[in-house]
Write a protein that binds this ligand. Structure first.
Ligand code: ATP
Length: 542
């Protein structure tokens, strides 16, 4: 309707095409003296129904030309019209005939300034042949204020549930919807209302549930999660508490300093919004865990951006997918983005090195987005992780790209005791301080994920043996039966350590022990049998 009004006030004919209905011509809306559309006493139905329809036009521009040629003014040779094409798809734009039509219209528009053609698409890669003729306008998702209006209009329905949200509660619910389209947000809130009324209806009279902010936030977040999942590239990560991370004291201290760094007060104080950090370390050393804990600490949603999945689309559309995802991330700001195993996705010799430059263009897009968000002050914290330092492109490590590059290596004895405690207690079991010390002593060069895997395996054994809780003897036994990756891939680990020493800040203040400190012993003093190591990239992954 807005476009129809816009065209009418400029004395333009108005046409709309979509694949189902075909090509439709509409009457101009009546315009009053001041140039606005007359909105009183008009039967809009008369104007909102098309005056004629041409169905089944495979080339909608042909349909439009049918009308426009008839309407061309003999005196001015002008033909004032606005044509809107809904749901334009890639295949359509690849047709040479359609491309020629587009070029002709562009030329006529330059000569006569008489036409406006709008093609609406959910995300289309423009073929090279017409890229210079078409102006691309990205429509951002609605602002906070726009979604707030949508939410306001639903207040009566929400009040029927016996819940009248306070202003701040409304803001929190709307904040959780940022990044959704108006329709998606409205659907999510409607769903929350329908669910809530069903719950109220199903409950006994004396035990009716109390609907509050949590119900709305949960439903909106779940809907958003579904939308993100549909991209198959972005995924919302579950939060973790910083207390779930064992060790890494220096990294934690630094993160604590950034706690309020996105707040207005901090910016007013002269603090630049943090850029983010890169964590380098062996698989399973807690890089993803740190990311989840950082997001929880800063109160930001964490979005995992699977860069490798960008390549899994057809080469031609990889860049477009990449841009769409980056836009979605901008829309969700403030948020944290996790680029896991960035070395694999964009590393030299990594995937896509043989893809006619797509991978380097994607990498370039990533770098310029990182710069752009910083210049524009878009509050997105980028956390990246890498296992194989040799494959990280040097441009990514350039000063100023990240706030810090951290190296997480093997936990120290003290850190391992903490990690054992975290995983044992998380599963509802208890051991003594002495037990944890003993376990730490016998797990030299085990990373967090390997320790977690040992705890899980021991639990299974003790459960089978009907013991009341996990025992230190079983844990020691499992330790002795596991070869940590540090032993299985010593060269790779040594290369990483050498690189980290020169290029990264250690995440822990305590030095790690030499790798031959203490050999785990089987219970009973036997030496350890050789077993298959845990697969490094999957060990204990959650
Ligand atoms: P990858 O390089 O394979 O992606 P990663 O370094 O990201 O691995 P995580 O996925 O964070 O490692 O670790 C897997 C699991 O191991 C974590 O979810 C956590 O349960 C456990 N873990 C790893 N490090 C620690 C730690 N420092 N404290 C507590 N648990 C840990």
């Amino acid at each position: 309707l807005l476009l129809h009004q816009w065209a009418s006030t400029r004395d333009m004919d108005f046409y709309v095409w979509d694949i189902l209905a075909g090509f439709k011509a509409y009457r101009k809306l009546p315009v009053v003296d001041d140039g606005d559309v007359a909105d009183d006493n008009i039967d809009m139905g008369e104007y909102l129904n098309p005056t004629s329809v041409i169905e089944n036009t495979n080339n909608p521009l042909t349909g439009m030309d049918h009308y426009t040629k008839q309407e061309t003014s003999k005196e001015t040779n002008k033909n004032m019209f606005c044509g809107v094409f809904m749901g334009v798809v890639d295949d359509w734009l690849k047709e040479p005939m359609i491309q020629q039509h587009i070029r002709d219209h562009v030329q006529r528009a330059y000569q006569c300034n008489d036409r406006m053609i709008l093609m609406l698409s959910p995300g289309t890669a423009l073929p090279d042949a017409i890229v210079g003729d078409v102006e691309v306008v990205d429509l951002p998702t609605p602002s906070f204020a726009e979604l707030r209006d949508v939410f306001q209009e639903m207040q009566d329905d929400i009040a029927d549930l016996g819940y009248t949200p306070e202003e701040e509660e409304c803001d929190v619910i709307v904040q959780n919807g940022i990044g959704m389209t108006q329709q998606e947000f409205e659907n999510a809130v409607s769903l929350a209302i329908v669910d809530a009324s069903a719950m109220i209806e199903a409950a006994d009279e004396d035990a009716k549930p109390e609907i509050g902010i949590d119900h709305f936030v949960k439903t909106v977040r779940e809907r958003k999660l579904t939308i993100l999942k549909q991209t198959k590239i972005l995924e919302l990560m579950p939060p973790a508490a910083m207390s779930d991370v064992g060790g890494l004291d220096l990294l934690k201290e630094e993160l604590d300093l950034q706690r309020d760094a996105f707040d207005k007060e901090a910016q007013d104080y002269g603090i630049n919004p943090p850029k983010g950090f890169l964590v380098v370390g062996p698989p399973g050393s807690g890089k993803s865990l740190v990311c989840k804990a950082t997001s929880a600490m800063l109160g930001l949603p964490a979005i995992k951006f699977d860069l490798s999945a960008v390549y899994n689309s057809l080469v031609g559309s990889s860049e477009q997918r990449m841009r769409a995802c980056l836009e979605m991330i901008n829309d969700m700001a403030p948020c944290l983005v996790f680029l896991d195993e960035i070395d694999k996705a964009i590393g030299t010799g990594g995937q896509g090195s043989n893809d006619s430059g797509v991978s380097s263009r994607i990498f370039g897009t990533l770098l310029s987005w990182m710069q752009d968000k910083q210049d524009k002050g878009i509050p997105v914290l980028v956390v990246a992780s890498a296992n194989n330092v040799e494959q990280i492109p040097p441009e990514l490590l350039r000063k100023g790209r990240f706030d810090d590059i951290w190296s997480v290596t093997f936990p120290t004895e003290e850190e391992r005791a903490t990690i054992f405690r975290i995983h044992v207690e998380k599963r509802g079991h208890q051991l003594t301080d002495e037990d944890y010390k003993k376990l730490a002593k016998h797990s030299n060069r085990f990373v967090g994920a390997e320790i977690e895997a040992v705890v899980e395996a021991a639990l299974r054994v003790d459960y089978r043996a009907k013991r009341p809780g996990v025992t230190v003897a079983t844990l020691l036994n499992r330790l002795a039966n596991t070869i940590p990756q540090a032993k299985a891939f010593p060269e790779r680990i040594a290369a990483m350590a050498a690189w980290a020493e020169k290029n990264a800040r250690p995440a822990s203040s305590k030095p790690e022990e030499p790798d031959d400190a203490v050999e785990p012993k089987l219970a009973g003093g036997r030496s350890r049998p050789i077993r298959r190591p845990l697969r490094p990239s999957r060990a204990g992954k959650n």
